[in-house]
Design a protein around this ligand. Sequence first.
Ligand code: ADP
Ligand code: MG
Length: 285
Amino acid sequence: MGIIKTEKLTFEYIRRDEEGNVEGITCAVNEVDLDVKQGEFIAILGHNGSGKSTLAKHINAILYPTEGTVWVDGMDTQDEAHLWDIRREAGMVFQNPDNQIIGQVVEEDVGFGPENMGVPTKEIWERVEESLKAVGMYEYRKHSPNKLSGGQKQRVSIAGVIAMHPKCIILDEPTAMLDPNGRKEVIRAVRALNDVEGITVVLITHYMEEIVHADMVYVMDKGQIAMEGTPREIFSRVEELQELRLDVPQVTLLAHELKQKGVDLPDGILTIEEFVTALTGLKGA
Ligand code: ADP
Ligand code: MG
């Protein structure tokens, strides 16, 4: 079993009126099977309302399945005895860094998690230092979080999560509120956590270009996994992605259209560099 596993995970939000009668049911996640191995980087794509956040909240035991099962490191999330182990092993980062940062000084903020866990003071400082270095924010350790850019704040909140030494980190649209530079900074930091620290990453996003480095991609639609594969496999299924209302990167679209016009290009071009290499490698180019 992988570090995160879901089996036929189904979740329904139930709306009730004042008397408690059921007014409506939304099936937000519908029979989802996931199996994420330790050290993997997986991405979950999907337009608004496709069920990504509901799925994410199950991995951190914020929500519990209506049907099916979720295991984190072999622990069933419905087993209350493991609640805190699960929350410590699977750290969550949300969209808005302002809601996650509470300290007056960056290093203090990052130290809150380990402090609450009862980590000895000396070790807290070691963890704060290593976590801030891992996200490239060590030089800002004495700064006030309020004065940082969105991308910097989000990296501080990521450091706060990794200071608790989780085995995996789930990021729910961590770049949605950031400008393009902030987005790049955050994605770079997330990749480093995976590459250098070996932390399992679940990145939820609706930006296709952010999934290029994932090992596996799952595309959600109406609570279900509509597509799954490597980034290249996913990027080569342009029409399906468009039907799922995802914005396919310009370079992928262009390559796809040229290929349909008979230009001999490989499927699933992910980046401009790849596109240039493929084009200049063509006979007669
Ligand atoms: P995503 O994160 O992909 O935008 P969500 O998991 O937030 O999707 O939502 C999936 C579905 O569940 C949507 O139809 C949404 O309206 C519904 N939903 C989300 N949160 C709630 C809630 N607290 N109460 C009722 N319905 C909800
Ligand atoms: Mg969401």
